[in-house]
Write a protein that binds this ligand. Structure first.
Ligand SMILES: [Zn+2]
Length: 322
C-alpha cells in the first residue's frame, strides 16, 4: 500500500449486534476530516468509536462530515447524531427513504416483501418476517443526506477520491476510489472472507419492476475489475490486496450456485421457496429474508441467461428449465 494513503486513512472496528460481527469505519484526513460509515446506533458502538478516534487524537467534534457507503444499520446508525452535532451527511440519494424511515415507506416495504413471499410460495409460518425490517431499523436514527453523491463525483473535501456506484448488496451502495493510488473503500460491496448478499428492495420512484440485485452485483464486480484497485478497505474484516482474484472467485462461486439451481429445475419446476429450501437446508428457517433474496437473485440470473422461464401458477411463480 502507498505510504501516503496509510497516513491519510484511519481504520476503526466497531461492534454491532448483528450476525455479521464488527463493522469497519474509516477516517479520511483530507481537507475535511471525513468519517466513512458510523457503526450502529448502540451505546457500545459509540463508546468504541469515540475511544478509537481518541487513540488517534480525534474526537467526534473534529469530524467535519460523514459519508455513508450504504443504508444498512451497521453502517449508518449514528448518522442522526452526527447531523445533530452539525455535521453534513453525504451519500447516494437512494439512502434517503431508509434514513427518513417514513411510515409510508415502511408500509411500502412490508407490502413489497409480502408480495415477494407470496409469489415465492413461502410457507405462512414465515410471513411474520415481513416485519423484520422494523427491528433492524431500530439500530439507526432518523436522518437525511445533506449532500447527494453520484457516480464520478469527487468527494467534497477529499481531493482525489471519486464516488463509484456499486449497487447489489444495497441499492444505495457507493464505494470511494482514490485513483492515483488505487485505494478503494468498498463498504460491503467487497468483503474478504464472506460473499456479501444481494438483497431485495422495493423499486424506487414508483417504477413497476423491482431491481435485480444479483445482476447489479455482478455488474458492480465487473466495473471494479476494470477500475483495478490495488488495495481495498472493506466494511467487515480485513482489507483485500488480491482484488482481481477475489472478484473472479465471487463471480465463479455465484455461477456455480446458479448451475446447482439450474440442475434442480431440470428435475422439476419449483417455486423460489422450494429452491431456497433445497439450496439452504436448515439455514433458510433462521434467515428466510437473506436466503430468499439470494435464491431469487440466482433465479433472476438464470432467467437473464435465458436458461429458465417463470410461469404463474395461481398466486405463485413456478420456475422451469428451458
Ligand atoms: Zn455491513
Amino acid at each position: 500500500m502507498n505510504a501516503t494513503m496509510a497516513d491519510e486513512i484511519l481504520s476503526f472496528t466497531v461492534p454491532t449486534p448483528f450476525l455479521v460481527g464488527p463493522v469497519n469505519c474509516f477516517l479520511i484526513k483530507g481537507d475535511a476530516v471525513t468519517l466513512v460509515d458510523t457503526g450502529p446506533r448502540t451505546s457500545r458502538a459509540k463508546e468504541v468509536l469515540v475511544s478509537q478516534l481518541k487513540d488517534h487524537g480525534f474526537s467526534l467534534e473534529d469530524v467535519d462530515q460523514v459519508i455513508l457507503t450504504h443504508h444498512h444499520p451497521d453502517h449508518i446508525g449514528l448518522a442522526g447524531l452526527m447531523r445533530e452535532m452539525g455535521k453534513n451527511v453525504l451519500g447516494h440519494w437512494k439512502n434517503d427513504r431508509w434514513l427518513e424511515m417514513k411510515d409510508s415507506f415502511l408500509q411500502e416495504h412490508e407490502m413489497f416483501m409480502r408480495g415477494i413471499y407470496q409469489s415465492a410460495g413461502v410457507h405462512d409460518r414465515f410471513l411474520h418476517h415481513v416485519h423484520d425490517v422494523k427491528e433492524y431499523l431500530s439500530f439507526t436514527d432518523r436522518a437525511t443526506c445533506d449532500v447527494h453523491l453520484t457516480e464520478g463525483d469527487e468527494v467534497p473535501g477529499c481531493k482525489g477520491w471519486k464516488v463509484i456506484e456499486t449497487p447489489g448488496h444495497a441499492q444505495s451502495h457507493i464505494s470511494l476510489l482514490h485513483e492515483q493510488t488505487g485505494t478503494m473503500i468498498a463498504g460491503d460491496h467487497l468483503i474478504k472472507n464472506i460473499s456479501s448478499n444481494p438483497i431485495l428492495e422495493p423499486p424506487y420512484n414508483g417504477e413497476p419492476n423491482r431491481p435485480k440485485p444479483l445482476l447489479q452485483q455482478r455488474e458492480s464486480y465487473y466495473k471494479t475489475l476494470e477500475l483495478a484497485p490495488s488495495f481495498v478497505y472493506t466494511g467487515h474484516g480485513d482489507p483485500i490486496e488480491d482484488v482481481e482474484v477475489l472478484i473472479k472467485d465471487r463471480l465463479r462461486q455465484q455461477e456455480e450456485r446458479a448451475k446447482k439451481v439450474g440442475a434442480l429445475l431440470k428435475q422439476e419446476p419449483l417455486t423460489a421457496f422450494q429452491v431456497c429450501q433445497k439450496l439452504f437446508p436448515g439455514i433458510y428457517k433462521k434467515q428466510i429474508g437473506l436466503t430468499l433474496s439470494e435464491t431469487i437473485g440466482q433465479l433472476d440470473y438464470l432467467q437473464s441467461e435465458g436458461m429458465i422461464t417463470q410461469v404463474k401458477s395461481g398466486e405463485v411463480d413456478l420456475y422451469r428449465h428451458q
